[in-house]
Design a protein. Structure first.
Length: 254
């Protein structure tokens, strides 16, 4: 299957500057992306430029992503960062629709649609996250919820832009909890997601889209999760903050 394996580290609001650079530097000495596999780190914004500089010096092909962006290109939006600004700092990816932003900052599909458009217009690639809560899973509405998030967020997306989208299925109940979806649960949802993309766009687009699993991915469960037919890598939170754990997860994807 002609799609990329992607392992992305979402550092969230963690690490002070020296530790962030140290982590990036340690990773850069041991990791290198390839044609079929891409490693991405998403640090806090103040660290992006020095980390990119470090990676450039080490001549390493690890991509750098941001954890959010604004819908507008510039203007009176105190505290916000535009996709264009990120692109001007050589940021390659932006995570959008993470459940923490949906839950804590009230981000909905309408807003995310605009953020996705803004990111793509600026030339960024998007990791678009979807996932249900435990309540929704228990009430058998996980698929409907994920479908709504997926088709809602991607509604206005031009088919030609799809190659710049990576999807991440992150069941909310598995994020930072140590509870992981079983490989079967992950595979089932990933297959449904791919099906939705095939129905809305084309089978070719669906087959070419990387769908990452996220939610307590650790060295001990990465291999079996990534071994599922429709799981094309992971979006990793806590374990991406530890060099050895993140390396083990990257190695499990190969
Ligand atoms: P976790 O976070 O790996 O710590 O569960 C994943 C995420 O929020 O992307």
């Amino acid at each position: 299957m002609n799609r990329k394996i992607v392992v992305a580290g979402n550092w969230k609001m963690n690490l002070l500057y020296p530790d962030a650079v140290k982590l990036a530097s340690a990773l850069s000495k041991q990791v290198s992306s390839s044609r079929s596999m891409e490693v991405i780190i998403c640090p806090s914004l103040p660290y992006v430029t020095p980390i990119l500089e470090q990676l450039r010096q080490d001549n390493r092909d690890i991509s750098v992503g941001a954890q959010d962006c604004h819908t507008e290109t510039s203007g009176a939006y105190t505290g916000e960062i535009s996709a264009e600004m990120l692109a001007s700092c050589w940021v390659k990816y932006v995570i959008l629709g993470h459940s923490e932003r949906r839950a804590q900052f009230g981000e909905n599909e309408e807003l995310l649609r605009d953020k996705i458009q803004a990111a793509l217009s600026a030339g960024l690639k998007v990791i678009y996250c979807v996932g249900e809560t435990l309540e929704q899973r228990d009430s058998d509405s996980a698929f409907e919820v994920v479908k709504g998030q997926l088709l809602g967020g991607l509604k206005a997306l031009d088919v030609t832009k799809f190659e710049h989208i990576t999807l991440a299925y992150e069941p909310v109940w598995a994020i930072g909890t140590g509870k992981t979806a079983t490989p079967e649960q992950a595979q089932d949802m990933h297959a449904e997601i791919r099906n939705l993309i095939a129905n809305k766009y084309t089978q070719e687009i669906a087959d070419g889209t990387s769908i990452l699993y996220g939610g307590s991915v650790k060295p001990h469960n990465a291999e079996v999760l990534f071994g599922q037919a429709d799981v094309d890598g992971g979006l990793v939170g806590g374990a991406s903050l530890k060099v050895d754990d993140f390396l083990a997860i990257i190695n499990a994807s190969g």
